[in-house]
Write a protein that binds this ligand. Structure first.
Ligand SMILES: [Zn+2]
Length: 296
């Protein structure tokens, strides 16, 4: 009796875990229906200098090679981690060489994969002061405008809070942290300079500035004034930031076409646009004003 019983248990274990993939709690899919729309496969590509894109058609993940290891910006969803690591490998690098993971916001679509990426690399995660505790908890911030519908995600253990304006150095590369609150109070954008020959460009990886809230949560509510004030300050800051090249946490419409053009020619560079940050902030300001006018 003992033999068949053990076989039955083993079979059940195999079936529930899948034949080839042991269950990994840090890779369990989060919001799979939404995520599927964002995870359109995308060829890993060198954007400019030593900056690469290793993410997806609907979620950007940036990789920066420095003289002392790699930096990642954002980590998509947990189920995307295998593909991000494969994209890094296709560029000839290794996840194990990632030293820093910079986070734009503590939402599952941009931070859900960070716990696994940090585990696999041993990297330190850096985030805005208000975002760091939310990343450690894996979401669940009750004050978030989208709290009612946000999915939780694996908590990140090794998180350091960055100050607004802090310059973070790794090897030959310096990345500046810019607090850009509004979409979340801990949102952070990141800027750095890259050169190709004598041509140098300031690249900005901007956090989402989308003024979106769950049903029943209104930006016009006086108790939510701090979010509107935060957004106003962020719009002014991003408009004045000046960037030669903008990466947004969700790719802008048209970025796919630009990547296709980049594969054909790097000059003129399809992503080079001197007013990119100003236009990004302007669009978000118009969206917030529209929401407020509608009483939302
Ligand atoms: Zn978000």
């Amino acid at each position: 009796m003992r033999g068949p019983w053990i076989i039955a248990i083993s079979m059940a274990g195999l079936l529930s875990a899948g034949a080839d993939a042991p269950d990994d709690p840090l890779l369990r899919p989060v919001a799979p229906d939404h995520a599927r729309q964002w995870l359109t496969p995308q060829e890993p590509v060198r954007l400019f200098g030593s900056t690469y894109l290793v993410g997806f058609g609907g979620l950007n993940v940036a990789l920066i090679r420095t003289s002392d290891g790699l930096i990642l910006i954002d980590g998509a969803v947990p189920q995307a981690v295998h593909d991000i690591e494969a994209n890094i490998a296709r560029l000839g690098y290794s996840i194990r060489d990632v030293r820093l993971i910079l986070s734009t916001e503590p939402h599952y679509d941009h931070a859900g994969g960070i716990a696994a990426l940090a585990r696999d690399s041993g990297a330190t995660t850096v985030a805005g002061a208000a975002a760091a505790p939310v990343l450690r908890d894996g979401g669940g911030d009750p004050d978030d405008p989208q709290a009612a519908w946000l999915a939780r995600f694996p908590g990140v253990t090794n998180v350091r809070a960055a100050r607004d304006g802090e310059r973070i150095r790794l090897g030959d590369t310096v990345i500046t942290a810019h607090a850009t609150p509004g979409h979340t109070l801990g949102s952070m954008s990141w800027s750095w300079t890259q050169c190709e020959g004598r041509s140098c460009k300031r690249i900005v990886f901007a956090s989402s500035l989308n003024p979106i809230a769950a049903d029943g949560w209104h930006f016009g509510d006086p108790t939510h004034r701090r979010f509107v004030q935060a957004f106003r300050g962020t719009f002014a800051k991003v408009q004045a930031m000046g960037c030669d090249m903008l990466i947004t946490s969700h790719p802008a419409s048209g970025d796919g076409d630009k990547l296709a053009r980049l594969a054909l020619a790097r000059e003129p560079h399809p992503f080079a646009r001197a007013d990119a940050c100003r236009a990004y902030a302007d669009d978000a300001r118009i969206a917030l004003d529209k929401r407020l006018a509608q009483g939302l």
